[in-house]
Design a protein around this ligand. Sequence first.
Ligand code: C5P
Length: 222
Amino acid sequence: TAAPDLAGRRVVISAGGTREAIDPVRFLGNHSSGKQGYALARTAAARGADVTLVAANVSLPDPAGARVVRVGSAVELAEAMEAERAGADAVVMSAAVADFRPVASAASKIKKSGAAPAPIELVENPDILAGLVASRDSERLEQTIVGFAAETDDVIANGRAKLARKGCDLLVVNQVGGGRAFGTEDNQAVVLGADGTAVDVPTGPKEDLADRIWDLVRRRLD
Ligand code: C5P
């Protein structure tokens, strides 16, 4: 059993993938299973943290010891994260957030008309992670904020650039492509720190990566 080294800490984790409504029955979505976020919630709870898990469209059993808040779209996820982050020591954005959503969701199911289909007009979603960093800094909150990134090549260089752009403290960079990460039981990553550190986590169970992430978060909080 893990040492309760996160006792007295409150953490908020997002998991899963957002769904952006096209009409009452259809959406734009992604393949995120939520497994890495759920592993983060399980491991944090096992280490004694007070855990809130904001789950976007995840079909996994609730992790033991975590409070689960369910959301659907990116805008709902943004609202839930802004509300839940109050008083949290750490916020981890492991959810896959849609970059765009349809401008409007049709009130009734879109039907074939025989004519050419209407294009779906998109608008950009808020960058939730960047928004959490901006409000933390303007409100001078002491909060460690962790982001995730998936990169196919130049993993370190692209990860460093993204870390700087988002302004978070830690960025967990997965190398994707070739069937890696989505929906699988194992994960591998390099965890980049805003202080210039890089920690390699070799391929292993998502719990192992989660525990390494909490080790790095704890070191920042201590
Ligand atoms: O920019 P990119 O999507 O690669 O960044 C990934 C990170 O940013 C993840 O931590 C994801 O949860 C977060 N993100 C977000 N809001 C968005 C897009 C991504 O918080 N609209």
